[in-house]
Design a protein around this ligand. Structure first.
Ligand code: NAD
Length: 321
């Protein structure tokens, strides 16, 4: 088996590779050639941690495995470690033998960023100029960096509960040569594309904050009970997702579904748009919303791409296991 340690990933995984792997796996998922296994995510009753497993099998990309890990909210203050900790294990689909162990932290950040970027590429208006960010935590900078590569954005606007954290987003915008402005949530109506990436359990924005024609990528809700936007926005928007089963149970759409405000059939997998089976956006006034729940297959696809590159570069550690 091959081991690719966390510290090696930054030199191996590019945003382009992550984007391609995620776009392909969304397409395979929607075509039925790949499927995710049910997600396990548990509060372990220690360190306020959430721990679990996301796995699946992609019969087209031939990746089988799981990501084990979760969220330790006190890591940063207490130990100087990031709060998300995970590891991906890949198995040979022909034999079941373990094939690789890959650090999953940067991988998760880049595959999550790739997911919203893939949604922006396929669902935002081609003339989108203003990029809006709601949230400025660990993940937000990755989301913004990848999003800025999809369109010629002329401005980035951002809101965060604690405005000081917006400096990180301003830096990313500056590196991409795009001006940044901190705004109130009401100011989000200026955006043509909005990414929300917060860990909130009750809505912080809704239909009143989003203008006609905007594409919204809701990326923060990946657990039962979390909610970033009001059900009024889910009802108003044309909703797309990475996987319908996750969207309606643990994604942003879970609340509108539960309240009977949105039908499961009205939610489309982004892969159907990528495959050309669904038209995606059909007018310049339509609000499109991507419910990015984070599927195990994304992790496996990106991990497989990392292993391939690491072996090519001589950066993978081979172990007889
Ligand atoms: P983080 O802890 O670094 O940042 C949390 C963000 O939420 C910050 O911007 C913070 O200001 C905001 N926030 C928290 N409580 C708030 C409140 N009450 N009101 C307003 N804002 C509030 O976390 P992160 O690593 O940036 O992750 C953000 C979210 O994204 C988490 O919920 C995480 O589980 C989720 N996530 C989803 C995926 C996916 O694939 N969809 C992948 C990774 C992370």
């Amino acid at each position: 088996m091959f081991i690719v340690p966390e510290a090696a990933i930054a030199d191996i995984l590019t945003r382009t590779d992550a984007f391609t792997a995620v776009e392909q796996v969304f397409a395979a998922l929607s075509a039925g050639s790949a499927h995710n296994f049910p997600v396990i995510r548990e509060a372990i009753g220690h360190e306020d941690a959430l721990y679990g497993f996301k796995g699946g099998f992609d019969g087209k990309g031939m990746s089988l495995g799981l990501k084990a890990g979760g969220y330790w909210p006190h890591n940063l203050q207490r130990r100087g470690l990031i709060n998300h900790q995970s590891t991906v294990f890949l198995f040979d689909p022909n034999t079941g033998k373990v094939a690789a162990m890959v650090g999953g932290n940067l991988l998760t950040a880049l595959r999550t960023a790739a997911a919203s970027a893939v949604s922006i590429k396929h669902l935002a208006r081609k003339d989108a100029k203003v990029m809006g960010m709601i949230g400025a935590g660990h993940q937000a900078k990755f989301q913004l960096r990848a999003a800025l590569e999809t369109h010629s954005f002329k401005k980035v606007i951002g809101w965060n509960r604690t405005p000081a954290a917006l400096l990180g987003l301003a830096e990313v915008a500056m590196q991409a040569g795009v001006p940044f402005e901190a705004v109130s949530l009401d100011g989000m109506t200026e955006a043509d594309v909005v990414i929300s990436i917060t860990s909130v359990f009750s809505p912080i924005f809704g239909a009143a904050h989003i203008s006609p024609g905007t594409h919204v990528a809701c990326m923060g809700t990946d657990t039962i009970g979390k909610q970033e936007c009001g059900t009024d926005l889910i009802t108003k928007a044309t909703v797309f997702t990475d996987e319908i089963g996750q969207s309606i149970t643990l994604g942003e759409a879970q609340h509108a579904i539960k309240a009977g405000l949105k039908a499961r059939d009205a939610i489309t997998e982004l892969g159907a748009v990528i495959n050309g089976a669904h038209a995606g956006r059909t007018s310049d006034d339509e609000i499109t919303l991507f419910d990015g729940t984070g599927v195990g297959l994304q992790d496996l696809a990106v991990a497989a791409s990392i292993v391939e590159r690491a072996v090519e570069k001589g950066a993978a550690i081979e172990v007889d296991f």
